[in-house]
Design a protein around this ligand. Structure first.
Ligand code: 0A1
Ligand code: ZN
Length: 850
C-alpha cells in the first residue's frame, strides 16, 4: 500500500493519546512471507485527556481478527490505521491478529529479513508496520513477547523469561515506547562476556553475529564494557537488566539502534578486526557502541514526548558519546574532528534550503529529521549549556534530570527547567538555540586604549526557510590573550554574549595582546575575523589552545585557496612555513599533526566563495586544491623521511589512539610523498601492509595518483568475500579518483556483480561516494546530477528512507553557475515528477526546490 497523501504534523498540535497502555503481550509466528502477530493490549482511559478517539496506527499489515474483552469487533481500517468508534470509556483488553510480509520488506522498517535473519527497526514509526498500536513515544508500556519459529536464536527486549523447542519468551519490566521494541531471530553465534555493575548486578553480555564473523567481535565487546563503566563513573548511571544483547545486521538504514536491552547494529558499525578495519572504523565503532549504550538512560529510561523532541535524546547522547571518546582518546583531537564534521555536514544544512531548528516545529516524514542539526548541533547546544553553567552545576542538573524524569516522556521545556531549578539561571533566551535555525555569524573587532584592550562582538543569523527574523542568542565565547612573544597573558576566559552587539574590556594590559577567540570552538558559529594573515600565522605558531591553533592553519589554507582561485595567487608561503614547523615538532601529538596536514574540503571552499560573492567553479577548486597539495609536498619534502621514521608503524597493530595517531601522520606523509614519487612508496606500503589502515591509505594514494589499476585488482581479489571491506573498495575508488573518472567509474561499478541496491551500505558506497567527489559530481555537463537523481528514483521505490537521506548533495544547488543550477533543478524536478514517490522523498525534494 502506498503512503497516504502527505500531511504536515505540527508541534503546536500535540495532544496526549486518549488511553494509557498498561501492558502488551505479543506472539510472533515467524514465516518469511506470512508472519502472524498476535497482540493482547490492556488499555485504560487516560485521565489527562477528555477525547477518547481509539485510533491505532498500522501500515502494511493485514488484519485477520480483532476483539475487545474477548468479543469480536470490526474496526474501520484506513491506509494508516484502525479506528473503533465505540471503544469503552473504561479499562479493556484489545486483541488483534495480523499478517505481515517480512521477506518483501525492502524499506528495512518494521520486521524485515536480512540474509535469512529476521530483525526489526521501529524508530521512529516502524512498529505500526508490525501490528496495530498507538505508535507514539509518549505511550509507554511493559512488553512480554513470545517468538515461535524454527530458528536457533530468538531474541527480544528485556530479560529471557522461558524457552522451549521452537519458541522463546522475553519480558521487559521497564515501560517503554513502541519505537524501542525489537525482535531478532536467526542463525547467530554469540561472543559472550559478563559485566558486574557498581552495585553488584551481574549482566550477561552477548554480541550476536553471523557464523564466520566471530573474529570481529572482541573490540566491540571491550567498547561496551568501557561504556558501561564510564556511564557509572561519570554520570552515575547503571545498567538495569540481566542481559545486554547486541546484534550485527548487514542490511540496516542507519548506524545502530538503542532498542531496550537489544541494540541492533549495522554490521559496519560494530564488526572490527585489524586486517579488515581502519583506525577510523575502530574509533567510530567504539563511539557508536557507547552512543547506543548511553541511550539506555538518555532515550530509554527518559524518552521523548513526541518526535519534535528528538534532540532531547539525540543531542544529549551525542554529547555524552563525545565526552566518552575524549576521555578514552585525545580530547583536543576529538574536538577538532567533531568540528570538522559539524562544518562539513551541519553548517551546509543550516545554511541551505533544508535548514531547520534543533527542535523542528513541523514535519511530513520524521525520518527526514534524523539530521546533523538534531544530532550534532543538538550536542553543541548541550556543550554550550555545560560551558555556561560550569561542570559542577551541569552534574547537579543531570542528577536532577534523572531523578525527576525517570520513566517519563519529556520535552525540551522539561530539560531546560531542570537547569533552571538546579542553577537558578533563566534559560528563556538560551532556548532560542532550540527554536531558531541557521548558523549565527559572529564578527569581532578590537581596540587598545589607555591600557584597556576591548573586544567588540556582533552576532547576526541570516534568514532560513520560514524564519526571516532572528533574535540574538546566548553565545559562550572562550577567549585567551597572547603577548607579542607568544606567551599567554590572559588564560582562557568565558565571555557570555547575549546581545546583538557587545563589548568586553580587559583592563591593565601593558601591551596590545593578540586575541585567540572561540577557543575549543565554544559555540557553533561562523567566526568572521578580519585579522590579517600575519596574525593568523602567529596563532598557528603560538596559540596554547589546540583547537584554535589547528583552526588558524585551516584558515590560512582556506584563504590561500580563495586567493589562488580568485586572484591566480600562488599557494601561501606563510601557511606552508607554519605547518612545516608544526608537523616536525615531535613534542606534539602525531594525531594533531596529522590533522594539521589535512586541508579544507572542496565543498567548504565552494561555500566560502559563494559567501564572498564568487560563483564557485568546481574544476578550479579541484585544481587549486591540487596545487596547494603539490606545494605542501614540495615544502615538506625534506621533512617527510624523518616524519615517517619517527612514527614507527611497524609495531604489532593495536587500535589505540596512540598508534592510530602515528599511522594517521605516517599516512598523511605518504600521501604527500606520492605527489613527489608518483606512487613508488605507496605501492611498497600497499604490498607490505598487514593492517587495513595502511593498506587502504596506500591504496587511496595510488587512486589519487591515477596509478591504481593493479592495486585495485589485487585488493578486490584479496577481499572479495568480505562485504565490509568491499564497501571500502567501492567507495574509495570513486571518491578519490580524478573528477573526470568519477562518473564513468561509478557507472561501471553499478554493473559490478557485487553492487546491491537493496543493501544501504553498498548503495552508499557507490552512489553516495560519487556525490563526495565534488568536481566529479558537479561535472559541467550535468550528467553527475542525472546519475544521482536516477538512482535515487530507483532506490525510492524500495527504500525511501535511505533514498531521501541521500538527497543532501543537492542542498547547495543554488550556489553554482546558471548551467549547473539549471541541471540540478531539472534533476530535482525529475525526482519530484516520479509517480508514486514516497512521502520521505517528496518532502525532501519540495524543501530543496522551495
Ligand atoms: N536512534 C538511533 C538512530 C536511528 C534513528 C532512526 C532509525 O530509523 C529511522 C534508525 C536508527 C541512534 O541515534 O543511534
Ligand atoms: Zn542516538
Amino acid at each position: 500500500m502506498k503512503d497516504a497523501s502527505p500531511t504536515t504534523v505540527y508541534l503546536k498540535d500535540y495532544e496526549p493519546f486518549g488511553y494509557l497502555v498498561e501492558d502488551v503481550h505479543l506472539t510472533f509466528r515467524l514465516a518469511p512471507n506470512a508472519t502472524r502477530v498476535l497482540s493482547r493490549i490492556r488499555f485504560a482511559p487516560n485521565p489527562a485527556t477528555k477525547t477518547r478517539d481509539f485510533f491505532l496506527n498500522g501500515e502494511n499489515v493485514t488484519l485477520i481478527s480483532a476483539k475487545i474483552d474477548g468479543a469480536g469487533v470490526a474496526p474501520e481500517i484506513t491506509a494508516d490505521g484502525l479506528r473503533l468508534e465505540d471503544a469503552p470509556d473504561a479499562p479493556f483488553t484489545f486483541e488483534a491478529e495480523v499478517e505481515i510480509d517480512p521477506a518483501e520488506n525492502t524499506a528495512l522498517e518494521g520486521l524485515y529479513m536480512s540474509n535469512g535473519m529476521y530483525c526489526t527497526q521501529c524508530e521512529a514509526e516502524g512498529f505500526r508496520k508490525i501490528t496495530y498500536y498507538p505508535d507514539r513515544p509518549d505511550v509507554m508500556a511493559t512488553f512480554t513477547v513470545r517468538i515461535e519459529g524454527d530458528l536457533p536464536v530468538m531474541l527480544s527486549n528485556g530479560n529471557p523469561a522461558a524457552s522451549g523447542e521452537g519458541w522463546a519468551e522475553w519480558h521487559d519490566p521497564w515501560p517503554k515506547p513502541s519505537y524501542l521494541f525489537a525482535l531478532v531471530a536467526g542463525e547467530l553465534v554469540a561472543h559472550e562476556d559478563r559485566f558486574t555493575t557498581a552495585s553488584g548486578r551481574a549482566v550477561d553480555l552477548n554480541l550476536w553475529v553471523r557464523p564466520g564473523d566471530e573474529h570481529k567481535c572482541a573490540f566491540g565487546m571491550e567498547a561496551l564494557k568501557k561504556s558501561m563503566r564510564w556511564d557509572e563513573e561519570v554520570y552515575g548511571r547503571e545498567y538495569d537488566l540481566d542481559v545486554f544483547n547486541i546484534v550485527a545486521v548487514d542490511d540496516f538504514n542507519m548506524g545502530a539502534m538503542e532498542n531496550k536491552g537489544l541494540n541492533i547494529f549495522n554490521s559496519a558499525a560494530v564488526l572490527a578486526s585489524p586486517e579488515t578495519s581502519t583506525d577510523a572504523n575502530f574509533e567510530r565503532i567504539e563511539a557508536i557502541i557507547a552512543h547506543e549504550y548511553f541511550h539506555n538512560w538518555t532515550g530509554n529510561r527518559i524518552t521523548c514526548r513526541d518526535w519534535f523532541q528528538l534532540c532531547l535524546k539525540e543531542g544529549l547522547t551525542v554529547f555524552r558519546d563525545s565526552q566518552f571518546t575524549a576521555d578514552m582518546r585525545s580530547a583536543p583531537v576529538k574536538r577538532i574532528s567533531d568540528v570538522i564534521d559539524l562544518r562539513a555536514r551541519q553548517f551546509p544544512e543550516d545554511q541551505g534550503p533544508l535548514a531547520h531548528p534543533v527542535r523542528p516545529e513541523s514535519f511530513q516524514e520524521i525520518n527526514n529529521f534524523y539530521t546533523a542539526t538534531v544530532y550534532e548541533k543538538g550536542a553543541e547546544v548541550i556543550g554550550m549549556l555545560k560551558r555556561l553553567v560550569g561542570d559542577e552545576a551541569y552534574a547537579k542538573a543531570l542528577d536532577l534530570h534523572f531523578e525527576r524524569h525517570d520513566g517519563q516522556a519529556c520535552t525540551i521545556e522539561d530539560w531546560l527547567r531542570v537547569f533552571e531549578d538546579a542553577t537558578g539561571r533563566d534559560m528563556s533566551q538560551f532556548k532560542r538555540w532550540y527554536s531558531q535555525a541557521g548558523t549565527p555569524r559572529l564578527s569581532v573587532a578590537d581596540s587598545y586604549e589607555n591600557g584597556t584592550y576591548t573586544l567588540t562582538f556582533r552576532q547576526h543569523t541570516p534568514p532560513t526557510p520560514g524564519q526571516d527574523q532572528k533574535a540574538p542568542q546566548v553565545l559562550p565565547i572562550a577567549v585567551g590573550l597572547l603577548g607579542q612573544n607568544g606567551e599567554e597573558i590572559v588564560p582562557t576566559t568565558l565571555l557570555e554574549m547575549s546581545e546583538a552587539e557587545q563589548s568586553f574590556d580587559f583592563p591593565n594590559m601593558a601591551q596590545r595582546p593578540v586575541p585567540s577567540i572561540l577557543r575549543g570552538f565554544s559555540a557553533p558559529v561562523v567566526l568572521e575575523q578580519c585579522w590579517d594573515a600575519e596574525r593568523t600565522a602567529f596563532l598557528l605558531a603560538h596559540d596554547t589552545d589546540p583547537f584554535n591553533r589547528w583552526d588558524a592553519g585551516r584558515q590560512l589554507a582556506r584563504e590561500s585557496l580563495v586567493a589562488q582561485i580568485t586572484e591566480g595567487a600562488a599557494p601561501d608561503a606563510s601557511y606552508l612555513d607554519g605547518i612545516a614547523t608544526l608537523v616536525s615538532d615531535e613534542a606534539l601529538d602525531p594525531a594533531f599533526r596529522a590533522l594539521m596536514l589535512s586541508g579544507p574540503t572542496q565543498s567548504e571552499i565552494a561555500q566560502i566563495l559563494h559567501e564572498r560573492r564568487h560563483t564557485p567553479d568546481p574544476d578550479a577548486i579541484f585544481t587549486s586544491a591540487e596545487a596547494l597539495g603539490d606545494a605542501k609536498a614540495a615544502r615538506l619534502e625534506h621533512l617527510l623521511p624523518a616524519i615517517k621514521d619517527a612514527t614507527e608503524i611497524r609495531a604489532p597493530y593495536s587500535p589505540d589512539a596512540d598508534q592510530a595517531g602515528k599511522r594517521a601522520l605516517w599516512s598523511a606523509a605518504l600521501s604527500l610523498e606520492t605527489r613527489l614519487d608518483g606512487g613508488a612508496a605507496a605501492t611498497a606500503a600497499f604490498e607490505s601492509a598487514d593492517n587495513m589502515t595502511i593498506q587502504l591509505a596506500a591504496l587511496t594514494c595510488l587512486v589519487r595518483a591515477g596509478a591504481d589499476e593493479d592495486a585495485l585488482a589485487a585488493f578486490e581479489a584479496q577481499w572479495k568475500d568480505d562485504r565490509l571491506v568491499m564497501d571500502k573498495w567501492f567507495a574509495m575508488q570513486i571518491a578519490a579518483t580524478a573528477p573526470e573518472n568519477a562518473l564513468p567509474r561509478a557507472r561501471h561499478l553499478t554493473e559490478h556483480p557485487a553492487f546491491d541496491l537493496k543493501n544501504p551500505n553498498r548503495f552508499r558506497a557507490v552512489i553516495g561516494a560519487f556525490a563526495m567527489n565534488h568536481a566529479g559530481f558537479h561535472r559541467a555537463d550535468g550528467e553527475g546530477y542525472d546519475f544521482l537523481a536516477g538512482w535515487l528514483i530507483t532506490l525510492d521505490a524500495k527504500n525511501p528512507q535511505t533514498a531521501a537521506r541521500m538527497c543532501a548533495p543537492f542542498q547547495s544547488w543554488t550556489r553554482y553557475d546558471a548551467d549547473r543550477r539549471a541541471s540540478m533543478k531539472a534533476a530535482l524536478e525529475r525526482i519530484a515528477a516520479t509517480p508514486d514517490l514516497s512521502r520521505d522523498m517528496s518532502e525532501m525534494v519540495s524543501r530543496l526546490l522551495a
